[in-house]
Design a protein around this ligand. Structure first.
Ligand code: HPA
Length: 236
């Protein structure tokens, strides 16, 4: 039990998928896991444990943004013994070569968040994905014929930027390919506690071209992304 999670010790598998949306966690549990049972409902930030291809796996919603994800990830690691955390979500595109529906594997995550910047004094820490998880995701995406890009993600604390795209210019100039709101804090916590983490996103809206995903494609892409994440999770 924690302030944000009433699951008992042992209720979570060692590998956990983390979507932002609690209803997406439920959808994953209902559509992909066998024998799924709900293990957390505090604040409706739902968590489930079941199995995928006979291997135990859990899914726990993170909520939106780095402070929210940090609470759930911290407690999964330190109170429930979770060893592998795979965020599954959506991102905005910052490079015209990344098309809507493409998978963006966050090899690294830049950020404007003080959650990362505040920790290291004069140093700029580079939050990175676990290499083994990243390699497995790339291999499986290739094998499944899914379009993927691995690169630097921006994890921003801000969704509605005051000057629109303006403030982001330097990041795409330096090879940042997508923007979401959680990966950098996840990677920093995983590094701090010696566990493995990866972020896999579907690109849903390109900030460069204005292209947006339609509802049908969103559903298909989310299915592909979740299947891929589960395949990676059970081998981690
Ligand atoms: N910004 C932040 N997070 C996102 C975006 C975005 O444009 N699109 C999908 N997730």
């Amino acid at each position: 039990m924690t302030p944000h999670n009433h699951a008992k010790p042992g209720d979570y598998a060692e590998a956990v998928l983390m979507p932002g949306d609690p209803l997406r966690a439920k959808w994953i549990a209902e559509n992909f896991l066998d024998d799924a049972r709900q293990v957390n409902s505090v604040r409706n930030c739902l968590g489930f444990t079941g199995s995928f291809k006979g291997k135990p796996v859990s899914v726990q919603a993170s909520g939106m943004g780095q402070p929210s994800l940090s609470i759930y990830a911290h407690e999964l690691i330190n109170s429930y013994g979770v060893k592998t955390l795979i965020r599954v979500g959506t991102c905005g595109g910052l490079n015209a070569k990344v098309k809507v529906r493409d998978l963006v594997l966050a090899q690294a995550a830049s950020t404007d968040s003080t959650l990362v910047r505040g920790r290291f004094g004069p140093y700029n820490f580079a939050p990175i994905a676990d290499f083994g998880l990243l390699r497995a995701a790339v291999e499986k995406a290739e094998a499944a014929g899914l379009p993927w890009h691995a690169g630097n993600m921006l994890s921003s604390d801000v969704f509605y930027h005051e000057n629109g795209f303006e403030g982001y210019d330097r990041l795409p100039q330096h090879g940042v390919i997508g923007v979401e709101m959680e990966a950098a804090a996840l990677y920093t916590l995983a590094a701090r506690f010696g566990v493995k983490a990866l972020t896999i996103c579907t690109m849903t809206d390109c900030l460069i071209t204005g292209a947006e995903i339609d509802a049908d494609a969103r559903q298909t892409s989310l299915r592909d992304m979740v299947s891929l994440a589960l395949e990676v999770a059970i081998e981690a």
